[in-house]
Design a protein around this ligand. Structure first.
Ligand SMILES: *Cc1c(COP(=O)(O)O)cnc(C)c1O
Length: 457
């Protein structure tokens, strides 16, 4: 499939109609010339021109009553709602899909991370290395264990933790690295695992946005001791709320199971002093109807992931041609991404100084919704708050709880810039067709061409 042959006549006529060129005239132009999005000469929609995209984007989450509801209704009518066979079936399927020996489903991705960290022995007095370009759940999971997050700056081209900057942040307290495959693009697990082995650190992967992403044909979430996933409503496998931990370590997974079920004995986890509950666990079980929804959603994941990869690669190739638009790069050896989000950096100096907010406003007017993404996680008020808590005061010496010193140690200047420049497209956009990608490229190109006229919007 290449762009030239796939560029439909309808699209061809539409674009030229938008441009104010008569279809008859346009038809005399070779279609190959029109394959490039730069054929649009229209006025930006925000200045009164014709909107490029009027068709709806695919809805999210998807739900097909015909194929998805039978099992859910069966569960509802059975009265077996608490954890039973379907949760086990979902866990088996997810372990198989990821290529992991074991899987444990839990209430959400945040608690998957907390469980994985706590059962890997992370707690008060430890430091855990994390990126600042991630969802808040990554950082609060570390804090909930009692450990101290240490931020390592972002690689601006990949949006991932910069592996070249990890070693400088390792101290005698460092116990773990928590890489995040942010936006659904893999972090550089080959380099991260080498650093972890050298310094004897545990690696827990936050793959909460990276279902089916791969490095060298190996799924992310299977490189470290454990991988954590989220199935929250916005995610590529939407269940409403749910999460999972995967690992090949049986004893460790038995511990995780026990912890998620009040600390009751499970598998190899048996009491040594008497019978009964063996650890101070908690309660994180998911329900049978959540598992039934998950099993329905899993059926479409492979096909959608393929589509997102094909469409993202094409969109990236189109956007790279536009000055000032810098789409993501992959770390080495990525064979597949999840594309929870499609990111690019927006360089306003190449757009006559048009701010990112103005660019996004103009893009939205063309019918292309976008988001500005994360703000720096290493600068938010929760960090000051946690250092003033009773528990942290008991676990750390005063110099480690000096907020100004902590802020100084955890500066991530590259990430600050990434947060200011980045624009995201949501993954539902990528399950459309190639034509839909052309709409996005055409809209951005139109804004680029008219940037100087948009400075007062
Ligand atoms: C969504 C997400 C989480 C947390 O998952 P929940 O299911 O919302 O608790 C953790 N890390 C990242 C990177 C996420 O995107």
């Amino acid at each position: 499939m290449n762009n030239k042959t796939n560029f439909s006549r309808r699209q061809f006529v539409k674009q030229n109609a938008i441009a104010g060129v008569g279809a008859a005239v346009a038809m005399s132009v070779a279609p190959t010339m029109l394959a490039n999005c730069s054929t649009d000469t229209g006025t930006p929609a925000i200045l009164g021109g014709t909107k490029i995209r009027t068709k709806e984007w695919p809805l999210w989450p998807l739900w097909d009553p015909a194929s998805d509801e039978e099992q859910v209704i069966k569960v509802l009518r059975s009265g077996v709602w608490s954890r039973a066979g379907l949760v086990t079936e979902f866990e088996k399927k997810w372990a198989e899909t990821i290529g992991s020996k074991r899987c444990l489903a839990v209430v959400n991705g945040t608690n998957a991370l907390i469980t994985a960290l706590v059962q890997a022995g992370i707690g008060g007095g430890d430091e855990v290395i994390i990126p600042p370009y991630t969802f808040i759940a990554t950082a609060i999971a570390v804090l909930q264990t009692g450990a101290m997050p240490v931020f390592v700056d972002t690689d601006p081209s990949t949006f991932q933790i910069d592996p070249a900057k990890i070693e400088a942040k390792i101290t005698p307290r460092t116990k773990a690295i928590l890489p995040v495959h942010i936006l659904g693009l893999p972090a550089d697990m080959i380099k991260i695992m080498a650093i972890a082995e050298k310094h004897n650190l545990v690696v827990i992967e936050d793959a909460c946005q990276a279902w089916l992403a791969e490095i060298d044909n190996k799924k992310v979430g299977t490189f470290g001791k454990a991988g954590c996933f989220s199935f929250q409503n916005s995610k590529n496998i939407p269940i409403g709320e749910a999460g999972a931990i995967v690992s090949d370590d049986d004893e460790y997974m038995d511990r995780c199971y026990s912890y998620h079920n009040y600390g009751n004995p499970y598998g190899s986890m048996v009491g040594t002093v008497s019978s009964g509950t063996i650890m101070a666990g908690t309660k994180l079980r998911i329900t049978e109807y959540q598992a039934a929804i998950g099993l329905a959603q899993l059926k479409r994941l492979e096909e959608q992931t393929e589509k997102r990869n094909v469409n993202a690669a094409y969109l990236r190739s189109q956007l790279k041609k536009i000055p000032g638009i810098l789409p993501y790069d992959f770390v080495p050896k990525v064979t597949r991404a999840a594309f929870h989000l499609f990111p690019f950096r927006y360089k306003k100096e190449k757009f006559s100084g048009l701010t990112r907010a103005q660019f996004m406003k103009a893009l939205d007017a063309e019918g292309i919704p976008s988001m500005s993404g994360y703000t720096p996680l290493n600068k938010m008020p929760y960090l000051k708050n946690v250092m003033e808590t009773k528990n942290f005061k008991l676990m750390y010496p005063p110099e480690m709880l000096d907020y100004n010193k902590y802020m100084e140690r955890n500066q991530c200047p590259v990430n600050d810039q990434v947060c200011e420049e980045t624009v995201w497209l949501f993954h539902n956009i990528l399950i459309g067709e190639k034509e839909d990608m052309n709409d996005i490229a055409t809209a951005i190109e139109r804004i680029s061409r008219n940037a100087d006229k948009l400075l007062n919007i």
